[in-house]
Design a protein around this ligand. Structure first.
Ligand SMILES: Nc1ncnc2c1ncn2[C@@H]1O[C@H](COP(=O)(O)OP(=O)(O)OP(=O)(O)O)[C@@H](O)[C@H]1O
Length: 637
């Protein structure tokens, strides 16, 4: 798949390059190559933006910074220091990538720098660079920098042919890189970050590293394309690169084309460049930004997923619309020229593709899993996830663990040992610190004091993905599936990045076995949006066991289920436990805890109130007073 795809890019490159080399022989007017050159520049820019912002969902307004660093590197090195143009291009790409890594190192270290905060940070970067360039006379000094014309091979007829070829090299390399990223672990990691970053990290994805890689690729491509941009405009000014035009264009292009697929930015860039060109040719150049803004507004409402996904669903209708409209206009020949007819055809195809269709129906009721309980012994043979700890070995050791949120003592001096093979019910009134303990064990939070060891390894301060690799996995109170992936791929992700990672094909195969454990195999091809809450909670469990944990933390995995679903889920938990995985289950329903737990731990106001076998603990007067009296009686459990 990958080799074939990259071979395809080589072929496309060869054909498009031939247009420049033999342009005069082919009788192709230079105008078309200039237009294609513009489209290629924007394809590279939109693809560059999309690797970070589309694939990982970190929306950036800083594209101008990468273009600007690339353009100024070439302009200053070439114009002021006489460095050969060809040398300045890789230097520009590297400088831009270094800037990107700096931005990433600042932004990605802090979890709070997400969403609009990240967008604002990236918005500030080009402004800062613009100010630096203005005040520094070695760079710009407010004057702008002239870019010397580069030497080009004499087998090319004109400078424009040369520019076209350069843009072609960068654009094809950029799109091939985006293609390769999408089809490797890297792309899967970015997609999981986009869908649910905390979950991805908890399943073993090194989110910081992948985001840094993505922003470096964005910088690299943006800088290389910026370097060519300098040559194209011939005179670089702060306004021409560091303004808001470039980010606005790349955002509209990628949103229009579709942000989750490598084809998206290509489609978007081609459509927008064609529209822009025809507006300019018809004397409506001033309308450019109005049209761009309108497209963005309409898209956000009508088709936030963009053209690509819809085009894949209606390829023939789009092709017919394109050919029919272009053909009819050509035959009638009463308006415009060939390019106008073609652009009208493209717009008709876009309209057909974006036309609202029927929403996907939820998965039919008869395909849902039976709610009947499953005997654990019946399942054990089919389970692919045997744990590797010795029974009785201490797996989790918390010593004097405390977690304070300002003045709130969520946990205060909890010491706890959990041995391999146990199924521990973690109970306590609301606010007693149960979820906080789960968050500490999975690394989502760091304790204020105390130590936590898993399988003999100190996990305090480890990133959650490292803790997943040590052998801790968890589910979330509110299921957080990767919405863009099928049920099977949600589980395959966890296998690809879990304790014994496998490549995608093997992971997908193994995912089916994990889905068997939770009775979801028949829904493997469904998207999370198409399954109900019970199934989403089962999916959480399948994904958690797919990482091959030693300890599985189930945080209210049965919340919101009806009695039949609860029985089915209880059977699934037993089944998982029968494979040898140690389980800690946070649960309010004492009936469930009594049915499942081999040991019960009770928290109250952040402290350990009781710990022992279920019967003794449930009859402890302190527990009855603190927990049962207030909570269980009220809920009739
Ligand atoms: N991020 C946070 N910031 C501030 N306070 C927090 C935070 N997380 C938890 N707390 C507080 O810590 C205490 C323990 O909360 P926690 O969610 O661990 O309890 P719980 O036993 O899981 O409750 P529930 O059964 O309602 O889920 C509560 O007083 C809660 O308000």
């Amino acid at each position: 798949m990958m080799a074939r795809g990259l071979g395809g890019f080589a072929l496309v490159f060869a054909v498009l390059a031939a247009l420049a080399v033999w342009r005069e022989d082919l009788g192709l007017p230079i105008f078309y190559l200039v237009l294609a050159s513009t489209a290629l520049f924007w394809i590279a820019q939109a693809t560059s933006w999309n690797v970070l912002s589309g694939y990982s969902g970190y929306f950036s307004f800083g594209q101008g910074a990468f273009v600007g660093v690339g353009a100024y590197t070439t302009a200053v090195l070439g114009g002021r220091h006489g460095v050969d143009f060809y040398l300045t291009v890789p230097v520009a790409a590297v400088f831009s990538a270094l800037l990107a890594l700096l931005v990433g190192a600042l932004a990605f270290r802090l979890r709070s720098f997400r969403g609009e905060i990240f967008a604002l940070l990236t918005l500030a970067v080009p402004f800062i660079l613009a100010a630096l360039a203005r005040v520094n006379s070695e760079i710009d000094g407010g004057q702008g920098v002239i870019v010397p014309v580069a030497e080009y091979p004499d087998w090319l007829a004109q400078f424009q042919d040369f520019l076209y070829l350069l843009n072609l090299v960068v654009a094809v390399a950029a799109v091939a890189a985006a293609f390769a990223i999408q089809h490797t672990r890297f792309g899967w990691a970015l997609a999981s970050i986009r869908d649910a970053e905390d979950v991805a990290e908890g399943l073993g994805v090194a989110t910081f590293r992948y985001k840094m890689l993505a922003i470096a690729v964005t910088g690299l491509i943006g800088g290389a394309a910026g370097s060519l941009f300098a040559l194209q405009i011939g005179f670089v000014t702060v306004e021409s690169v560091f303004g808001l035009t470039i980010p606005l264009f790349v955002i509209v292009m990628s949103v229009l084309g579709g942000r989750t697929h490598w084809v998206g930015p290509v489609l978007g860039a081609v459509v927008i460049v064609l529209i822009q060109d025809r507006l300019s040719a018809s004397g409506f150049e001033g309308w450019n930004l109005i049209v761009l803004g309108a497209i963005l507004a309409v898209l956000v409402v009508v088709a936030p997923d963009g053209l690509q996904a819809r085009l894949w669903r209606r390829p023939w209708q789009a092709a017919v619309a394109l050919v029919a409209v272009t053909g009819v206009l050509a035959v009638v020949d009463s308006w415009g020229g060939p390019l106008d007819w073609f652009v009208a055809g493209v717009l008709a195809a876009v309209a057909v593709v974006l036309w609202p269709g029927r929403a996907r129906a939820p998965v039919a009721a008869e395909r849902r899993p039976a709610a009947a309980p499953v005997a654990p012994e019946e399942a054990a043979g089919a389970v692919p996830v045997a744990a590797d700890a010795e029974p009785g070995e201490v797996l989790v050791e918390c010593r004097d663990v405390a977690k304070y949120f300002g003045g709130v003592r969520a946990l205060d001096g909890v010491s706890l040992r959990i041995r391999a093979g146990e199924l521990v019910g973690l109970v306590g009134p609301n606010g007693s610190g149960k979820t906080t303990l789960v968050n500490l064990l999975s690394g989502a939070l760091r304790p204020t004091s105390g130590s936590i060891a898993v399988a003999g390894r100190d996990i305090v301060g480890l990133a959650p993905h490292r803790i997943a690799h040590v052998g801790v996995s968890r589910t979330h109170q509110i299921p957080k599936p990767f919405e863009s992936m099928t049920v099977r791929d949600n589980v395959a992700m966890a296998i690809m990045f879990g304790r014994s990672p496998r490549p995608l094909a093997g992971a997908r195969e193994e995912a089916e076995a994990c889905l068997d454990v939770v009775h979801l195999r028949h829904l493997a091809d469904a998207k999370p949006a198409e399954i109900n809450l019970h199934e989403r909670q089962l999916l959480e469990m399948a994904r958690a066991i797919a990482t091959k944990p030693k300890v599985l933390l189930l945080d209210e995995a049965l919340a919101g289920l009806n009695p039949a679903e609860i029985d089915a889920a209880v059977a699934v938990v037993r089944r998982i436990h029968a494979t040898g995985i140690t389980i800690v289950i946070v649960e309010h329903l004492l009936r469930v805890v009594n049915q499942l737990a081999t040991r019960v731990v009770v928290l109250n106001q952040g402290a350990l109130l009781a710990d022992g076998d279920p019967r003794t603990v449930m009859n402890d007067p302190d527990v009855i007073r603190a927990y049962l009296g207030r909570h269980a009686h009220a809920r009739g459990t």
